[in-house]
Design a protein around this ligand. Sequence first.
Ligand SMILES: [Zn+2]
Length: 418
Amino acid sequence: MLFLLLLPSEQASASRQSDKSAIEIGKRYQLEIPEETKQALRKARKKKPSDISWQTATVKSGDTFGKILSDFGFSANTTYQLTSSEHGKKLVNLNIGDQLELASNDEGVLTALHYPISITETLKFSLTKDGFTSSIDVKKIEKRLNYAQAEIKSNFWSASLGAGLNNNQTMNLANIFGWDVDFALDIREGDSFNVIYETEYIDGELVGNGNILAAEFINQNEAFKAVRFKDGEFYAPNGDSMRKSFLRAPVSFQYISSSFKPKRYHPILKRVKAHNGVDYRAPTGTPVKAAGNGRVIASTYNKYNGNYVFIQHANNIVTKYLHFSKRAVKKGARVKQGQVIGYVGSTGLSQAPHLHYEFLLNGVHRNPRTVKLPDAEPINKKYKAEFVQVANELLTKLEGSKRALLAATDDAARAIAE
Ligand SMILES: [Zn+2]
């Protein structure tokens, strides 16, 4: 519209041809448009795509790509051209809720299609004279550091979520310290943790929480610290791996953590110290993990142990798992730490579904939750200096955030008291 208004009008041209001295005061005259401007305007008009309009299609149940295009008035040939182009296969496997941005020109020809395939990636098709070309547009994720802190009041899970960590990070936090702390039986009211983690932003918008970079966990007044290195592994501040040859608990806390009640002594877990083992009360079917790498030396049934599995490990260590509802490994099999070897049940001499777990060193029963384990692998020597630098930096940040938060809490408490 603006373009049209700038064009010299008929009358204006006519008046220009008339005597230039006959200009009337107060009358509006069209100024002559310089030739360069006219050229620039012609160019701009050429560059400007002929009225492209965008429409959004949301994939519904029962939709196919062809049906969506046909619903929007595009031909079967367009569907064929798109799906047979590079990346076109991705259009065949649409998910319900996916959105397609469709661009068409004023002749009703589909000229471009944008399909966001993840929060960072958009698949873009555009029509050229040789058919559709496509590319994947990747948005950069910007990472920022965040800090979370919590004291456990009812259970670890709710403390972690309450501190702003998500489910994934909560599991990761338990996994980081799962070789030192038995999250199923040994978490107490008053335990606490501090975490530095990444948050991810796209175009300045928060899209999610990322990796934990450093964390401190205080369990029954004992502090454990861990720092993530670039290999994705966690190491103690001295460079020892957080991974040890044995997990403290062969069942994940998530199946039993809900039974944690403040100021009470595990009413449901009910630790039974008799018969040289540790009992984990958990629902039938809860997966049980091998505490360490080893070889299965027994996987069978008798009327006392029910379904049971024994594993022989290095350093003359044997672990025993009793009362399974179902065994998942055979005698002679090699198992890896964390591998599921069976499922909680109540077979044999058992009154309720539980895992009975024993840890024997040189044939002598030891408490698996307190036994001194073989030394952890240290970080590779060639990375030690780099790790120490990263660790110092992150642990300083962790301490700083902790102090800042404590000070802020003190101030708030003082403000309330005043
Ligand atoms: Zn038992």
